[in-house]
Design a protein around this ligand. Structure first.
Ligand code: GDP
Ligand code: MN
Length: 427
């Protein structure tokens, strides 16, 4: 596998953009969800608890707080203070969201420039993300910028520990162009991460003899934090050596397995809803598996695999999906109404493609739900359906007799063609 640094969301988006299924990180079935993300300052707080060295610093939501922390850090003898935008996306350095300051005036100016800015990085999309929090941190004298990452590898069903000398840059690019520059240790679940594996990675990173034991402790701490918190991804980029030979996590990104958050009440509280797409937040309240995308054809599908296939066939038919939406196996009328509400709140939606395979969810029940919801919400955009499975004939009859203008395709391809035509303004 490659080092994909953005969990399910990137995978789903990539799959659409590439027009092919690449369910690398994808959790199948009705439990498909997106990972829970946290900020760098929160991730560093967790590392600190596991004895992994991180620079000292404080989060700030106002310029006053930022000034107070910067003053304290300079007062404690630091020559450099770093002002860092806290958003749920990487690539902040290149986008102007990380600035080094050599005086309190410089630090205040950096805070002023970054707090409130619309930060655009390769992970935020062109609209960017508004910076609402800063991390004010003691500066480090960097000797080398390395990379450490832990990720759940679904192909081997193991956690893989990755290390690379090519730190500080986009690891996705390193993985794509020079995969050999990423060293990997697969961890046997029954025995856990072994010290010899940590030593092997440390040597491959070209660390000095005196740093090897420090590195082993560092990596062991990361592994423990990863397992204890039910993480799906943990990246230290860069993992640095300082001029005086110390090792530090200069940046840290953690994603948690959202299905495990019921047993981590403390971690659940770290969620920052203002960083998430408002429609996705709304959908999560109804237990809908919804991911917003950039296209014009809204999809309502039961089953994650079918949802992925639907997005692919829309792409194949020349259109683009406005979302991923799995209503689940047991969706009722209320759930279908909720789903319509979410889909219709996206102003880019020009057509709704409902693709259902009736198993547990009977097609006639779905059809009744769709008719009731479409009437109640007075849905104006064209609705295209492809239905198969239990009670499909009754379902089709209900749609036909509803008096509403549904278009029904007999195959997935035919329905996708109808949806693409409808989204383009045809009939
Ligand atoms: P990202 O761009 O979102 O991944 O943010 P990072 O936290 O990784 O910071 C980006 C880059 O800023 C790092 O790769 C470093 O080169 C630089 N940087 C961050 N903190 C420091 C620091 O304390 N000292 C120095 N010299 N550079 C830093
Ligand atoms: Mn980074």
């Amino acid at each position: 596998m490659t080092a994909v640094s953005d969990g399910n969301r990137t995978t789903v988006r990539d799959s659409v953009a590439g027009g092919c299924l690449r369910p690398l990180h994808f959790r199948g079935g009705r439990f498909a969800t997106i990972p829970m993300k946290i900020h760098e300052y929160q991730a560093k707080e967790i590392l600190r608890k596991y004895g992994v060295p991180v620079p000292g610093g404080e989060m700030a939501t106002t310029l006053e707080e930022a000034d107070t922390t910067a003053k304290a850090l300079f007062g404690a003898g630091n020559k450099v203070v770093v002002v860092k935008a806290q958003i749920h996306a990487g690539g902040r350095g290149k986008g102007g969201g990380v600035k080094l300051a050599k005086s309190l005036e410089e630090a205040d100016a950096a805070s002023k420039a970054i707090l409130g800015m619309q930060l655009v990085t390769h992970q935020t999309g062109p609209a960017g993300q508004k910076v609402q929090r800063l991390l004010i941190e003691e500066g480090s004298a960097i000797d080398r910028e390395l990379y450490l990452g832990l990720v759940l590898d679904r192909a081997s069903a193991k956690i893989v520990f990755m290390a690379s000398q090519a730190g500080g840059m986009e690891i996705e690019e390193v993985a794509a162009k020079t995969p050999d520059a990423i060293y990997k240790e697969y961890i046997e679940p029954a025995v856990g991460f072994q010290p010899y594996q940590a030593r092997r990675l440390a040597f491959k990173l070209g660390l000095k003899t005196a740093q090897i034991n420090q590195a082993v402790a560092f990596m062991t701490g990361l592994y423990k934090a990863f397992v204890d918190t039910d993480s799906t991804l943990m990246e230290i980029n860069p993992f640095i050596t300082t001029k005086d030979g110390k090792l530090l996590a200069l940046d840290c990104k953690i994603n948690f397995d959202d299905n495990a958050m019921f047993r981590h009440k403390d971690l659940k509280e770290l969620r920052d809803l203002s960083e998430e797409d408002p429609l996705e937040v709304e959908a999560s309240k109804f237990a809908l598996n919804y991911i917003k995308l950039d296209g014009t054809i809204a999809c309502m599908v039961n089953g994650a695999g079918l949802a992925m296939a639907t997005m692919d066939i829309i792409q194949y038919a020349g259109g683009s999906a406005a979302n991923f939406l799995d209503v689940g196996g047991g969706a009722n009328q209320e759930q279908i109404e909720n789903a319509f509400g979410i889909l219709l709140s996206d102003p880019h939606v020009k057509a709704i493609f409902i693709n259902i395979f009736g198993g547990i969810l009977r097609v006639d029940v779905l059809a009744q739900g769709v008719v009731a919801a479409a009437k109640k919400l007075n849905v104006q955009v064209p609705i295209i359906l492809r239905l198969e499975g239990t009670n499909v004939e009754e379902g089709r009859k209900i749609l036909k007799e509803s008096g509403l203008n549904f278009q029904v395709g007999t195959t997935m391809k035919e329905a996708a063609d109808l949806a693409v035509a409808a989204a383009k303004g045809g009939k």
